[in-house]
Write a protein that binds this ligand. Structure first.
Ligand code: BES
Ligand code: MN
Ligand code: ZN
Length: 489
């Protein structure tokens, strides 16, 4: 597991600034006014900070960007990192500034001089998020990251919350980055069972139980794999006796396409096809760590889609738990076959007040929205708005796409109640339309197609190349804003 850097908040102690041996981070605003801590850095470095603040290099820096003053004379530090930031700034800019700190963080840690800087929580969260690396399969021993020590800020109370948020995101990223020979369905379930330590109730349903429940479409996807299919149910009961919010995730640990085999080029990317389940797991971890005052149940369908003598064939007709039959035209449209059974089970058992499913469902959503936004589909304008607002305030791109009868008609089958594909036009919408058939009339529902945002080929502001953890913060916030009990005043 990728560990978070240790987080520590300490009182102002100006003498420590000269003695700190790791990195020292100081904030500098465009007006160039130095606070007490910055003045100490300036004095120790014989005016370097002021000279930098008067330079054209500094004037060209954008807010949130940073420059290193390496091995400064007069200080024990490896580097003074000067971060360009206004004292009062928007949360997203503060997080970006934090990302510069997190990206540069090394084994010797950093002392962050909070001084009079506002929004230190966002700075620290950005730093934690961007400190993430995934090096567990590198044999050269990677040095553990040093800690993050924040001097003088008044946010010690927030450290538990910040750890909860970053831990959830790291958990998701680790799952998504893990190769499929390591993260089998069995290993995935074991990692979820370990969340029991945090007070979550974890149940693992095996193939015999899924068979009994009638989850034939889910089981059909996994029947060509040596790894047994599983459904894991994670419950967090932090609320009263109200019905829970249900989160449902696609957990295809590897998607070869099955008998409708994918081309070789790029197939390795399908290790991330459990991204939806990864986000559900990350959100549950965050909710438990911050002891959310809400009832939330997370369900993931864990399967592997392999070609094999036992694998399902194109043209097979299978019966879902709901009872509807599906003609499997393309075995590579497997995610919806997994989700439809888990979504039905979630509603049948929990009668959720709202249901959100997440899946790396279609390549078509990448054609539509690229890697900037996840596709959002919903049968409920209020819930959809609540999610879009939450995503916007966490800086996680999300864009609503339509549903409609005309699209649903594309799923009509000659031999069964529906086909599992609707042809090339509007591929993400017809996938959503397939899922919509498994949503009860009175269940407010959002489907998030995260194929374009779960894992990236380039580094992003808050993550190195690979898994992003997209959605953990947005869903956590939506639950907090809309479903959580508040203190009475
Ligand atoms: N897991 C893929 C979708 C995907 C593509 C995720 C690219 C991440 C990146 C999904 O199971 C799939 O294969 N979808 C097919 C559906 C088609 C057969 C209707 C697709 O998008 O091509
Ligand atoms: Mn597929
Ligand atoms: Zn898939």
């Amino acid at each position: 597991m990728s560990d978070l850097p240790a987080l520590d908040f300490i009182d102002t102690d100006l003498d420590r600034i000269g003695e700190a041996t790791g990195r020292v981070v100081v904030f500098l605003s465009k007006e160039g006014k130095l606070d007490r801590m910055a003045r100490r850095v300036n004095r120790l470095t014989k005016g370097a900070l002021v000279r930098f603040s008067e330079s054209s290099r500094f004037q060209k820096l954008k807010e949130g960007e940073a420059v290193d003053l390496a091995f400064p004379a007069g200080m024990a530090a490896e580097a003074v990192q000067i971060v360009c930031l206004e004292r009062r700034t928007r949360g997203e800019v503060a997080r970006k500034a934090g990302a510069a700190i997190g990206k540069a963080l090394g084994p010797s840690g950093a002392l962050v001089l909070a001084g009079v800087q506002k929004g230190i929580e966002d700075v620290v969260l950005g730093a934690l998020l961007r400190s993430y690396t995934f090096e567990r399969h590198m044999t050269k021993d990677a040095d553990a990251l040093g800690g993050l020590t924040v001097m003088g800020g008044e946010v010690a109370a927030a450290s538990g919350l910040l750890n909860a948020l970053a831990s959830g995101v790291f958990f998701t990223r680790d799952l998504v980055n893990e190769p499929s020979n390591v993260l089998t369905t069995t290993e995935f379930a074991a990692r979820l069972e370990a969340l029991g330590e945090l007070g979550l109730t974890i149940e693992v349903l095996d193939e015999a139980e899924l068979e009994k429940l009638g989850m034939r479409t889910l089981l059909a996807v996994g029947q060509g794999s040596e790894s047994p299919s599983k459904v894991v149910v994670m419950s967090w009961n932090g609320g009263g006796d109200e019905k829970p919010v249900a989160l449902v995730g696609k957990g295809v640990v590897f998607d070869t396409g099955g008998i409708s085999l994918k081309p070789a080029g790029g197939m390795e990317d399908m290790t991330m096809d459990m991204g939806g389940a990864g986000v559900v797991a990350g959100v549950m971890k965050t909710l438990a760590m911050r002891k959310a005052r809400a009832n939330v149940v997370g369900l993931v369908g864990l399967v592997e889609n392999m070609p094999d003598g036992k694998a399902q064939r194109p043209g097979d007709v299978v019966t879902s738990m709901k009872g509807d039959t599906v003609e499997v035209i393309n075995t590579d449209a497997e995610g919806r076959l997994v989700l439809c059974d888990v979504m039905w089970y979630a509603q049948d058992r929990f009668e959720p007040v709202a249901m959100v499913d997440l899946a790396t469902l279609t390549g078509a959503v990448i054609i539509a929205l690229g890697h900037e936004n996840a596709g959002v589909f919903s049968n409920d304008d209020d819930l959809s708005k609540a999610f879009l607002n939450a995503a916007a305030s966490e800086g996680e791109g999300a864009w609503r796409l339509p549903l409609g009868k005309g699209y649903d008609a594309q799923l009509k089958s000659r031999v069964a109640d529906m086909m599992n594909v609707g042809g090339r036009p509007a591929g993400s919408i017809t996938a959503a339309q397939f899922l919509a058939r498994f949503v009860k009339d009175d269940t407010p529902w959002i489907h998030l197609d995260i194929a374009g945002v779960a894992s990236l080929k380039k580094e992003s502001t808050f993550a190195p190349k690979g898994a992003t953890g997209w959605g953990v913060l947005a869903l956590n916030r939506m639950i907090q804003d809309r479903f959580e009990a508040r203190d009475e005043v």
